[in-house]
Design a protein around this ligand. Sequence first.
Ligand code: SF4
Length: 248
Amino acid sequence: MAFDFGAVGDMAWVRDQLRSRFGQPDRVCARAPIGQLVKSSISGRTLDEVSLAAYRRLVQAYPEWPALAAASTGDVEVLISDVTFPDVKARHLGDALRAIGARHPDFDLAFLGRLSVAEALTWLERLPGVGRKVSASTLNFSTLDMPAFVVDSHVLRVLSRYGFVRRKAGTRTAYDAAMAASPRWSAAELAELHILMKRLGQTICRLNRARCPDCPIRQRCKTAAASSRRPVRAGRRNTDRRQEVMRE
Ligand code: SF4
């Protein structure tokens, strides 16, 4: 198992602490599964507002999914040029849409809702460029409303620093650990946890600067505990450096 503590109770505790700090987030309006797949496919390591604007340009230019599937990689790349790795994402997106269109010409992925979560993830992850983050987003954030926890780079960093998973653990390991620690959580509960953890990663547990003294889950965080045990280095000013933010 990737974690070594009473994780089931801890996940609820983390959710409650984050909810107290950030409030209970509104559920985002759900898209059709194919729309969410497209949106998630271009969102990796990109600001939400940037990827959302790119998605809107795509659906405005290609209101029908078959047209987007048939579009050239270059044309798609131009439309999503401000997301990270637009060339790779444009190529994968076209390949994935054509693979879907070959089997489901109506691009209706509602049938995934009749599969188990594991089966639906497996089906999606056979598509070019679709990993666990995109597949889980498609199931959880869309009208499918399936219980699959979405681990993006912010969430992975929080899970790792907190001690849910080991350092350098990948998205799948984090997904497995989080799902094991939140049995029987609904799709809405998992979506809320994702939003709250992401918000923590964007505001306090940031990539280059973790503001542990201000963190609502520092009490049980392994990184914060390790930091507090670290000795003060000679030559530093007489402030308690152990309480300072950590750098990755
Ligand atoms: S206590 Fe620090 S390292 Fe731990 S989750 Fe909070 S900000 Fe991140």
